[in-house]
Design a protein around this ligand. Structure first.
Ligand code: PGA
Length: 229
């Protein structure tokens, strides 16, 4: 299967664990790995690299931030608007749009995360939420979208195949309608060794964004092998 696989390592793995990660997975050249920024240099040359976040102003007095301008020599991708950023760090749709623009302007392909909460799903407003998260973007070239329902992240709860298919189709149609751009849509949220292959074979699923299950390199290798069978 020719699918895009992204490993979101989040704030995990020590330096030694990253070196082990690289040793075990370095044959998987197509894997996009998003480590903590301090580990990017260690992984350079072994994988396609992504950052987990970035700041939208190129340079200036923003202590603790790392800009897309600074990341551009190191990564080809950056996750933008992950639900942990939206929920734990209060990132608004407006801030996420600024980050998306800066990411694109610096030549980095954004992996824009969208998805509804369980309350929104239960109220039947999934598509309204997706529509809001996808509006007012300024995209003319291809970006990656990750459909990550908030309730599925790190919980073991996965939407039905039918719900995933519908959401992915909606996202593709909406982006085409609004911006006349074709996008690839990845699914993220509680992907594991057991469900990865079947989620990958759902219509309009172009790949996976894997969090917890990607952190153990042996498990990640098993997932890759299973998907490629
Ligand atoms: P998870 O996380 O695979 O641990 O659910 C996915 C993500 O947060 O990108």
């Amino acid at each position: 299967m020719n699918k895009i696989l992204v490993a979101n390592l989040k704030m995990n793995l020590s330096r030694d664990e990253i070196i082990n990660y690289k040793n075990i997975l370095s044959n998987c050249k197509n894997l996009i790995v998003c480590p903590s920024n301090i580990h990017l240099e260690l992984l350079k040359g072994s994988f396609s690299l992504g950052a987990q976040d970035g700041y939208y102003i190129d340079k200036g007095p923003y202590t603790g931030e790392v800009s897309f301008y600074q990341l551009k020599d190191m990564v080809s991708y950056c996750i933008i608007g992950h639900s942990e950023r939206r929920r734990l760090f209060g990132e608004s749709d407006e801030l996420i749009i600024k980050k998306l623009n800066s990411c694109i302007n610096n030549g980095i392909t954004p992996i824009l995360c969208v998805g509804e909460s369980i309350e929104e799903k239960n109220s039947g407003i999934t598509f309204d939420v997706l529509k809001r998260q996808l509006s007012n973007l300024n995209i003319s070239s291809s970006i990656l979208i990750a459909y990550e329902p908030v309730y599925a992240i790190g919980t073991g709860v996965v939407p039905s195949n039918e719900d995933i298919e519908k959401a992915h189709l909606f996202i593709k149609e909406e982006i085409k309608k609004l911006y006349n751009v074709d996008v690839k849509v990845l699914y993220g949220g509680s992907v594991n060794l057991e469900n990865a292959k079947s989620i990958c074979s759902i219509n309009n699923v172009d790949g996976l964004l894997i969090g917890g299950s990607s952190n153990d390199p042996n498990n990640m290798l098993n997932i890759i092998n299973k998907i490629n069978l």
